[in-house]
Design a protein around this ligand. Sequence first.
Ligand SMILES: [Fe+2]
Ligand SMILES: [Fe+2]
Length: 349
Amino acid sequence: MTSRRNFIKTTGLGMIAGVIPSSLVELSFAGDGEDFTFAYISDAHIQHIRGNQFVRSWDEGLIRAVTETNSLKPEPDFVVFGGDLAQLGSRPELDHGAEILSGLNYRTHMVMGEHDYYLDLGDYWRELFGPEHYSFDHKGVHFVVLNSILTHDDWTFNRWSTAQRRMLEMAGLDNPNGSPFMVGETQRLWLKQDLDKVGRDTPIVVLSHSPLQKIHRAWNFWTDDAEQVQEILRPFRKVNVIYGHVHQIQYNQVGNIAFNSMMATAWPWPYPGSYSMENSHLPVMTVPMTRDDPFNEREGTGWQLMNVHSGRADIHYRFHSRNDRAVVFDHRSNQPVDTGYQKRVKVTV
Ligand SMILES: [Fe+2]
Ligand SMILES: [Fe+2]
């Protein structure tokens, strides 16, 4: 198992670990002999009030992440924004978010979130940022971006009388009128074709907004066609799925695929007690989401380092105001383990 000391030594990022408390993630790879890092910022939820007024806690979270990303040394090769830039998908929210993100000194790859999508079905987001599914190669790693928050056509096109109503229904965390997310057949066919050109030993990183696994349906921490997407990824030896949406730390291993969630810049969600009541594929959570001061909007947010030298991810989470936390891949049990809290966890797959 990789110790923290080894981890920092191998990533060469120990110098910055103590000085940048932000809501972002860096990842380092040893592709074909060349490590690199990228930053990950997610779930800003920019919310418009009126005129040029926005909910300050949310836009300040994103401004802070952008500022701190620009100060990273070594500089990341690029940035990923993991979705939910807006709260209710409006042009002022997306414009304001895009304006803040334009302050980044790096190329930024965008992922679509449901809060960006369900007002105009992604039209304005695509106008600002381009396609919602695409792939690119970087230093020996194949990256795939998917729009994982689509749902049934009947729900999207027929059920609601107005676009605003549709947006509000999908924006609720535990609203029974919401609908499970899915990647959908069109993108699954595209993904298969895209990966047909990629060698089986090439490390694959899939960036989605919702988890490409089934965790907690009541909160839509869930992608309905997850198994079908996992099947397309199965032939590859080193697959990492990185997602936002859940605003909390999650990690899991399903066969060849390591799953890791990233924290939000806006607010943390707690671990619902009902996780233990679901037939969840997630390891048993032995500690609740820690949030000492719910009135501190930065509490429970933080940043993360990821090391996938072995094709398996070791993640080092830095919190804004608490002790570090590490999720390290344990090669004996073949699953990620939260080294500080969970020594050995039974996987309920
Ligand atoms: Fe979100
Ligand atoms: Fe989301």
